[in-house]
Design a binder for this molecule. Structure first.
Ligand code: KIV
Ligand code: ZN
Length: 386
């Protein structure tokens, strides 16, 4: 396989790990609409569903396979023949099919989920990859709960599944347990100790239980992983998955990392809104990149600095992620400079002494209500001039 060593493959799992969240279920048409937007966004892989889990998921994988051309279409399975047979069937129309199979890798999962032994789990992992290879060339293996797995056993498992034909190996921090340096070290250990590691791409798949999903994913990429599994708005099980828009904008902002993606970031605002509306899943206002306040400046000191030079308080331009515009929110903490900015915008060019009077009236009003809008400003000026 020849890969650009600096390219990070974006694997979107909004429609699989994201859609599992209670209340986020979509019908097939909605999934197709989101998949088409993901294709336009430039994702490399769309995880379309878990076909054996329900007729709806099976059907969605079929319809997404027909509707999407460029990205790889991926279907999830457990490590058993029936799941793999069903996934292969659902992927029959995919131009670039991938089967994503796997099994638990931590001793906790081996004992308490599978009631099994390391040896048995290893054999099942290898068998599943070999079986999936009968259907498709591109097989991704996930070592579930790798975040808590014994690193020597994990390395053994990764080596064995690559020898069995896995093209991508996913190292999930299923429970969002790791610290960034721990997760990064795991990836580095695999890079340095698994003999055949260069025959596969290492993928990071992090959950956000401790708010570290994005940080852990970046740590994985810094240590040699080249695929990141993520969702729009970071939706996903419990506290969610790694947020695609955060990872992509970190790579763009920190060019020193030397990593690139094929994503057209200017589409983030639109796709974020499509996903929150279709999935009925609001986004917190202070969410990085796509939250309503992500580009709002409200304290007087920040507003003043921003109006002198945006880059005083802006490391990403809102237009780079398709955001309508940065906003200077008028509150009782705003300074004259911010008020003047809005009055100018509305066509009220006031001399300094007039501005001072309107500013005093503005502060009284701002103390008595949440947020001052254009109507309020027009009224303040009209009263002053009356
Ligand atoms: O979090 C996880 O371990 C998963 C796997 C099924 C890939 O979602
Ligand atoms: Zn997951």
């Amino acid at each position: 396989m020849i890969h650009d060593p600096n390219k990070v493959y974006i694997f979107d799992t909004t429609l699989r790990d994201g859609e599992q969240v209670p209340g986020c279920q979509l019908d097939t048409n909605q999934k197709v609409e989101i998949a088409k937007s993901l294709e336009l966004l430039g994702v490399d892989v769309i995880e379309a569903g878990f076909p054996v889990s329900s007729p709806g998921d099976f059907n969605s994988v079929i319809e997404l396979s027909k509707a999407v051309t460029n990205p790889i279409i991926c279907a999830l399975t457990r490590a058993n023949k029936n799941d793999i047979d069903v996934a292969a069937d659902a992927l029959r129309y995919a131009k670039r099919p991938r089967i994503h199979t796997g099994i638990g890798s931590s001793d906790f999962h081996i004992k308490h989920k599978f009631n099994s032994t390391r040896e048995d789990i290893l054999a099942r992992a290898v068998e599943a990859v070999k079986y999936a290879k009968k259907y498709v060339e591109d097989v991704e293996f996930y070592a579930e709960d790798a975040g808590r797995a014994d690193i020597e056993f994990l390395a053994k498992m990764v080596e064995a599944v690559i020898a069995a034909g896995a093209t991508v190996v996913n190292i999930p921090d299923t429970n969002g347990y790791c610290l960034p340096d721990q997760y990064g070290s795991k990836i580095l250990f695999l890079k340095e100790n698994v003999k055949n590691i260069d025959n596969a791409i290492i993928s990071v798949h992090c959950h956000n239980d401790l708010g570290l999903a994005t940080a852990n994913s970046i740590a994985g990429l810094q240590n040699g992983a080249r695929q990141v599994e993520c969702t729009i708005n970071g939706i996903g099980e419990r506290a969610g998955n790694t947020s695609m828009e955060e990872v992509v904008m970190i790579l763009k902002t920190h060019k020193v990392l030397g990593l690139n993606t094929s994503i057209d970031a200017t589409q983030f605002y639109d796709i974020s809104h499509t996903v929150r509306n279709q999935m009925n899943m609001p986004v917190q206002p202070n969410k990085a990149i796509v939250g309503a306040n992500a580009f709002s400046h409200s304290s007087g000191i920040h507003q003043d600095g921003f109006l002198k030079n945006r880059e005083n308080y802006e490391i990403i331009r809102p237009e780079d992620v398709g955001f309508p515009d940065a906003t200077i929110v008028l509150t009782a903490r705003s300074g004259r400079h911010a008020l003047k900015h809005h009055l100018d915008r509305l066509g009220h060019k006031l001399e300094k002494d007039h501005l001072d009077i309107v500013y005093k009236q503005f502060l009284v009003l701002a103390d008595s209500k949440q947020g001052i809008n254009d109507h309020d400003l027009n009224q303040l000026v009209a009263l002053h001039l009356a």
